[in-house]
Design a protein around this ligand. Structure first.
Ligand SMILES: Nc1ncnc2c1ncn2[C@@H]1O[C@H](COP(=O)(O)OP(=O)(O)OP(=O)(O)O)[C@@H](O)[C@H]1O
Length: 287
């Protein structure tokens, strides 16, 4: 079996208190592994600690104890300089495609920025920008335009292209499709999968949306109040969850497939009709 690319072991994150706020223990003894080219979906309801775990991997949350290793090296307590070296390999795509792109920069400037900051000359950067636009299925003439000229889905493609600029090995996707409508979501998710197949990048896919997690994940980890209560193969966790919390979480999930949704709606209506008829009959019998 391949060695893990990312290994989180017994991780505790405690946000310090202050200004009348008590310290908050956001992650408790969290352990998780991601192998090269793998997608691990991280699910859990709001406040369970999903974003905190993504941020800890990116070096943005306070690690109180435990370890995060990337490619065998502990990255949980890096200096700024050391972090910069790792940052090439671990990139992020955030939820909001409207605020994450600088509105006054052209797409070419946005995509070239991480390249030139890492010593790529401007000619090579221009060529790479073309290649990145192609990877995310945007036309080459997108380069000269501004973010405001693009739809939410297209902006998210630009954000993905920017994350890919330095050929990372891991991308933390934090609710990366949550702001998009359903059909755009599906297309952007397909793009994530396509890019993974082409480049071998691994994803930590943070999402509250179980349909999303089913769509992209090889494995799934379920967070509940800062603890991982279940993790395993995506099929097994999403179809036959063992932990009662996961069972409740998946039972309550909306269904993304419109046909299935319609079928369930029709079933509910039929049941409702049946109950109404039974109630009417019972009422009539009583008269
Ligand atoms: N900087 C911080 N200081 C103190 N507490 C924080 C901080 N950031 C997050 N928290 C708390 O940590 C807990 C976990 O937050 P986190 O954002 O990781 O959850 P989440 O599962 O991603 O939820 P959501 O889906 O709502 O973003 C929450 O109770 C939150 O209030």
């Amino acid at each position: 079996m391949t060695a893990p690319l990312l290994e989180v072991s017994d991780l505790d994150v405690i946000y310090p208190g202050g200004r009348g706020r008590k310290p908050f223990h956001a992650l408790k003894k969290v352990s998780l592994e991601i192998r090269p080219g793998e997608t691990v979906g991280l699910v859990g309801e709001s406040g369970s600690g999903k974003t905190t775990l993504g941020r800890a991997v990116l070096g943005l949350a306070p690690v109180s104890s435990g370890a995060i290793t990337f490619d065998g090296n502990d990255i949980s307590h890096l200096t700024r300089r050391e972090r910069r070296a790792v940052a090439r390999d671990i990139q992020v795509v955030f939820q909001d495609p409207y605020s994450s792109l600088n509105p006054s920069m052209t797409i070419e400037q946005i995509l070239a920025e991480p390249l030139t900051a890492n010593g790529v000359d401007s000619k090579a950067a221009r060529a790479k920008v073309k290649d990145l636009l192609d990877k995310v299925r945007l036309p080459a003439d997108a380069a000269g335009r501004l973010p405001k000229e693009f739809s939410g889905g297209q902006r998210q493609r630009i954000a993905i292209a920017r994350a890919l600029a330095l050929d990372p090995r891991l991308i933390v996707a934090d609710e990366a499709v949550s702001a998009l409508d359903l059909s755009t979501q599906a297309r952007v998710l397909d793009l994530f999968v396509e890019i993974q197949e082409a480049t071998g990048v691994a994803y930590l896919f943070v999402t509250h949306d179980l349909a999303v997690v089913r769509h992209v994940s090889h494995r799934v980890a379920v967070l509940y109040r800062g603890e991982i209560v279940e993790q395993g193969n995506a099929d097994q966790v999403t179809k036959r969850p063992e932990h009662p919390y996961t069972q409740r979480l998946f039972m309550a999930a909306p269904v993304p497939d419109p046909d299935l949704q319609e079928q369930r709606r029709a079933e509910r209506l039929r049941l409702h009709e049946q109950q109404r008829e039974q109630a009417e009959q019972a009422g009539a019998g009583g008269m």
